[in-house]
Design a protein around this ligand. Structure first.
Ligand SMILES: C[S@@+](CC[C@H](N)C(=O)[O-])C[C@H]1O[C@@H](n2cnc3c(N)ncnc32)[C@H](O)[C@@H]1O
Length: 289
C-alpha cells in the first residue's frame, strides 16, 4: 500500500501542519517541525523502517501499513514497549509524578538517582518521562558510566502529555520496537520497505556538538558507514532517505544521493546559546529497480 502523508503543505513552508501529531517526548534533533518536508520525499512502500526513531515524529505523521522502529537507547525503547503493552494504565500511572511537590531541585535529583539505580520496568519508564519534562531543555544525556546526568530544568509547571501518549500508544499497534544499532535494523529491510534515517547531526563546528544521546556518541566513521549502507540498500531495491546538516563532510559522503536542501533556524550552543540559520539536507537514495 502506498504511503499517505497525513497532511500536505507547499514545499517552501517550514511550518508544521496544524494536524500534525506531536511526539510526547522533547527530543534533541526531533523532526516534528520538518515533517512536511520529509513526508513529501518518502517513497511509497508497505513498511517504514526508522533506525534512529528518537521521539517518533516521522512514525506518528506518516501512514504506512507497518513500522519497524529502532534506537540505540534502551530507556527509550523500554518506554515505548510499556506504552504499547499497557496503554492507558501506564499513562495514568506515570502521571503521578506530575504534581507540584515533585517539581523541585531536591525531588528531581532524588528521582534521577532512583532512575539510575533501578532496572527496566514501569517505574523506570515513568521516570524517563518525568526527567524528560522536568530536566534541562528535554536533553537526554548520559555520562561515561551510562548514568543519565541531565540537570534540573526549573520549569514553572511541566506539561504531562497524556493526549500525545495516547496517540502514540494507538499508533504503536502497527509498530515493532527494537533496541539496536542502525546497521542491525537496516539489515532487516526487504523489498517494498522504505528506510528513513535521522542520525545525530554531524557537528557544524568543534563546539557545537552539544549533545550526545549515548555514552558511545556517533562519530564520523558511523556517519560514513551509514551512507555506505544506504547506498547498498538502494542497490538492492530499498529506498533510503537521510536527514543531516549540510556541510563539506555531508556533501562528500552523500554524493551518490539526490539532495534537497533548505534553511532552518537552529539553537547553536557555543559560548552561550544563540539561534542561527543552518542548511538542513535530505539525501534520497532512490531504489535501483
Ligand atoms: C536526531 S535523533 C532522531 C530524532 C527523531 N527523528 C525525532 O524526530 O525525534 C537521533 C537518534 O539516534 C539515536 N542513536 C544514536 N546513535 C545510534 C546508533 N548507533 N544506532 C541507532 N540509533 C542511534 C539517538 O538515541 C537519537 O534518538
Amino acid at each position: 500500500m502506498p504511503s499517505k502523508p497525513i497532511h500536505s503543505k507547499p514545499l517552501h513552508s517550514l511550518q508544521k501542519s496544524p494536524k500534525a501529531i506531536r511526539p510526547f517526548l522533547k527530543w534533541a534533533g526531533g523532526k516534528f517541525r520538518l515533517i512536511d518536508r520529509i513526508s513529501k520525499l518518502l517513497p511509497e512502500g508497505n513498511r517504514l523502517i526508522e533506525p534512529f526513531m528518537g521521539s517518533g515524529a516521522v512514525f506518528l505523521n506518516t501512514d504506512y501499513d507497518s513500522y519497524l522502529l529502532g534506537d540505540i537507547n534502551p530507556d527509550l525503547i523500554d518506554l515505548y514497549e510499556q506504552l504499547k503493552q499497557n496503554g492507558d494504565k501506564f499513562i495514568q500511572y506515570a502521571k503521578d509524578w506530575f504534581i507540584q511537590e515533585e517539581n523541585s531541585k531536591t525531588a528531581y535529583y532524588h528521582w534521577r538517582d532512583q532512575f539510575n539505580k533501578i532496572p527496566k520496568g514501569r517505574e523506570k519508564s515513568a521516570l524517563f518521562i518525568y526527567l524528560n519534562r522536568h530536566g534541562y531543555n528535554g536533553l537526554c544525556r548520559y555520562n561515561q558510566s551510562g548514568q543519565l546526568n541531565v540537570p534540573f530544568g526549573s520549569y514553572k509547571k511541566p506539561y504531562y502529555p497524556s493526549d500525545e501518549m495516547s496517540a502514540f500508544s494507538e499508533k504503536s499497534k502497527r509498530a515493532i520496537f527494537v533496541c539496536c544499532s542502525f546497521n542491525e535494523l537496516m539489515n532487516r529491510a526487504r523489498r517494498n520497505n522504505v528506510v528513513y534515517c535521522d542520525p545525530p547531526y554531524v557537528p557544524l563546528s568543534d563546539s557545537s556538538n552539544f549533545t550526545s544521546y549515548t555514552k558511545e556518541g556517533f562519530g564520523l566513521d558511523s556517519q560514513l558507514q551509514l551512507s555506505i549502507k544506504a547506498y547498498k540498500l538502494s542497490e538492492r531495491g530499498v529506498p533510503v532517505l537521510i536527514s543531516n546538516h549540510e556541510n563539506a563532510l555531508t556533501k562528500e559522503i552523500y554524493q551518490h544521493a539526490k539532495i534537497e536542501r533548505f534553511k532552518v533556524q537552529r539553537m547553536i550552543s557555543c559560548k552561550g546559546s544563540k539561534r542561527s540559520e543552518v542548511t538542513e539536507l535530505l539525501a534520497l537514495y532512490a531504489a535501483k529497480n
